[in-house]
Every structure is written in C-alpha cells, then in structure tokens.
Design a protein around this ligand. Structure first.
Ligand SMILES: *Cc1c(COP(=O)(O)O)cnc(C)c1O
Length: 421
C-alpha cells in the first residue's frame, strides 16, 4: 500500500497558497534526497554505480542540483537538456546522452562536453564520426532485444519500439568501433516504462550480462558499463506497492556475481537512467476548485488543466487526489475532475469517488513530480504553472515562476501587423 499524504501540514499548505497562487507544482526536497540515497544504497555493492536522472522527467536546475549533490548524473536526449546540465555543472561522464533521431549539432555538443554518448542506431556510428570529425573515446550502444515475453503498455513491445540496435547490429557495431580504434564501450537498454515488478529489472540485467559474455567472446572487447535505463515505476494507485529497490539491487548483484565475475569478466559499472521513481512521488500539483457543474454527470472545474499534468489525458493514468481538509470525510460523491481546455479529454479523473466538493476547495494531485510539469504545453493559451520547492527546513522557494501572457506572445511580432497587408 502506498500512503498518499501531503508533504506538509494543511496549515502550511494554506500559507504557501497565500504567497503563491494556485495552480503550482510543489516538490519535497527531503523526500527526494532520502529516496536518492535509498537507490544508491541498494546498489552500493557495485563500485561506480550511478543513476543518471532523466532530465526530461523534471527539467528544473534546482532539482537537478539536489540530485547532483546526491551523486547522480544527468540523462539527456536533446541540446536544451545538455545545456541545462551544463548550467547546473553536470558535465563529462556525469552525462549520459541517450538520444534518438539525433541532429549532428547535438552529437557535437555532447562530445564536446565529454558525455557518455549512447547511440540509438548502427548508422549513427558513421554519422557521429562525420559530425564530430572523429569518434569519441567512449561509445555506448542502445540494445533493443526484440520480441520479449510481456512488454508494457507505455513503451509497448520492444520489437515495435523505435529504439535501439538489433542483436546482430550490436555485434557488428562493436566490431566496427573496435576496428576504428574506439577503446571504451558501454551497453544500454530500456524496455520498460513505469514497471512495478522488480523481477523485470533483474531479468533485463541478466539478459545484458549474458550478452556481455558473448560480446567478449565474439568481438573481443570489454564493456565498462551496463546501463539498464529508466522505467522503474511508482505506485500511482494507493493499493499498489512501490518497487522494492533493495530487491532489485540484490537480484542484480547475484546475477552480476554469477554471470560477470563468474565468467571471468572484469568488474563493470551498473548505471540507471531513472527519472520517474526519483522525483515522481515527491511532486504535487496543487490546484483550486473554480466551479461545480451538474449535468449528465457532476463536474469539478479546476484552475489547473492538462497543460499542468497531461498524464491522465494522454495515457488515462490515475493520479490520486487529496481534497485538503476533507481527508476524514466519506467518499460519497462521484465526480469528473476537469480543467478548462476546450478538449473533452482535459480530465484529471473520471468518475472518481471523492468527498463532497465546493468551489474554493484545494485539490492536490499526487505523484506529479515526474513527467508532470515537464509535459506542459500552451494549447488554448494555457500557461504553465510555477514550480515550488519545499526545503528540508520547511521553507519554500520558487524554483520556476509561472508563465505569463508575455511569455506566450514572445515569439510573435505584433508590430509587423501594422505593415502587413
Ligand atoms: C524516458 C527515459 C528515461 C526515464 O524513464 P523513467 O520512466 O522516468 O524512469 C530514461 N532513459 C531513456 C532513454 C528515456 O527515454
């Protein structure tokens, strides 16, 4: 069971709202740090273990700085994400550049920064070499294992996913790198998203460890790190259990000792690229009820909309809702909780059992700390909200201001209208 509590008292939340108008995202620094330490501890057996926080999950420099302080690197997939990392001071091998359909200038920047470059396709070996003039010292490949048992709703079946090398391409690719004089190698895969079963990650590691033994035999190279990607899920629903990170770490340790050390391979670093499980549960979207509407259904209209949290509209995802001040009231009403977009899928919840709601109530949407604010957009002229950080000492700082109408219009030249015929 995942407990869905607020990161501060209701009184403090009201105080925050008095200073910062809703809607806003609120992140809990203390919980983020504790969770980062827990993940590191689960893999403490592996010298060189590192999680590269997937920047796309929560691209805020303050959150990245907190994670940098906790020893995390950054997983980037675009030029702006690289630049954001640079501004935070995460550079060199603290960066994993895992991109796809990559433009030349992004490879150039990644190599310039000394990042671990992870290639999505065999044709990118030549493309990278041409773009940068030469290949970097270290190159990683993203492996797509193809038809696997299972698969998963968000990424789907690996064989239908656009990412990565086939098995054959992997061997050919490493042989090419070796022939071209590349000395350092990495192997990456990511086949799950929001997966709650710890065995999934252990099985993925086993698959890669087997592959490494074969690569060593057939190509004669030693891979220095295995990057298991992100995808560790979080319990969005209260009845779900979070991933037992300790069990994942321990299961991978046993497989590592048997398959890597047991086969005489030298020690190797384990990397992860988790985003969701790092900040997801520790970010909250706080919003005020504007209107109640009773037609064929009962609707709660919020001052937030899917521009602030798109997952329910995009994936039909569940986000737990706390109605502030009413946690001990019976859930004897059924509401669709909506935003103000002219899109009928702009709903945070459909037919959700909640206590009776009135205009002015504060609703907190849980587990919005990853792929939440980050997915925001401006359709219908909606503005992205502020991001606030609840510090360990209980103080609150604004780590991103809310967008303004001037921000929205910044790309338009209204003066041009005067001479436009
Ligand atoms: C999205 C993504 C991640 C992070 O996934 P989470 O579900 O947030 O852990 C990591 N690596 C790659 C390549 C991704 O595309």
């Amino acid at each position: 069971m995942a407990t869905k509590t607020l990161p501060c008292s209701e009184a403090q939340l009201h105080e925050i709202i008095a200073n910062y108008p809703t809607p806003f995202h609120l992140y809990d620094e203390k919980a983020i740090r504790a969770n980062a330490r827990r993940l590191k501890k689960a893999f403490a057996w592996n010298e060189g273990f590192r999680n590269f926080f997937a920047v796309k999950a929560a691209p805020n420099p303050y959150l990245m700085r907190i994670l940098q302080e906790e020893g995390f690197g950054a997983d980037c997939s675009s030029l702006p994400e690289l630049l954001l990392s640079e501004k935070v001071g995460i550079e060199g091998e603290g960066i994993m550049f895992t991109s796809n359909d990559t433009p030349a200038e992004e490879f150039v920047k990644a190599v310039e920064m000394g990042a671990n470059v992870n290639l999505d396709d065999i044709s990118h070996i030549d493309f990278l070499e041409k773009s940068c003039g030469k290949l970097p010292e270290l190159v990683c490949f993203r492996y797509n294992p193809g038809p696997l048992k299972g698969g998963n709703a968000i990424i789907g079946k690996p064989e239908e996913a656009k990412y990565g090398f086939t098995r054959e391409q992997l061997f050919e690719g490493y042989a090419t790198l070796k022939a071209k004089g590349v000395k350092r190698f990495g192997l990456h895969t990511m086949v799950a998203s929001n997966e709650l079963n710890p065995q999934y990650f252990i099985d993925t590691a086993k698959l890669l460890f087997d592959l490494l033994v074969e690569i060593k035999e057939k190509v004669g190279i030693t891979v220095e790190f295995v990057n298991l990607g992100g995808g560790i899920g979080i319990p969005y629903r209260p009845e779900q259990d979070g991933v037992d990170l300790e069990a994942v770490g321990e299961g991978i340790r046993v497989a590592y000792e048997e398959q890597i050390l047991g086969n005489g391979l030298p020690p190797m670093k384990i990397y992860l690229e988790c985003g969701r499980c790092i900040t997801g549960p520790y970010g909250y979207l706080v919003s005020t009820v504007r209107h109640l509407k009773h037609t064929y259904r009962d609707y709660v209209g919020m001052d937030a909309c899917m521009a602030n949290l798109m997952r329910p509209a995009l994936y039909g995802s569940y986000h737990h809702i706390t109605v502030v001040g009413k946690t001990d009231k019976p859930l004897d009403h059924v509401y669709d909780v909506t935003g103000s977009l002219c899109e009928n899928n702009d709903k945070f919840a459909i037919a959700r059992e909640l206590p009776e709601i009135v205009p002015g109530d504060i609703l907190v949407f849980h587990d919005a700390g990853a792929h939440g604010h980050a997915m925001g957009f401006n359709y219908n002229g909606k503005l992205r909200s502020a991001e606030l950080l609840l510090r360990e000492d209980g103080s609150v700082v604004e780590i991103r201001r809310a967008e303004t109408i001037d921000d929205l219009f910044a790309t338009l030249d209204f003066n041009g209208l005067e001479t436009f015929k």
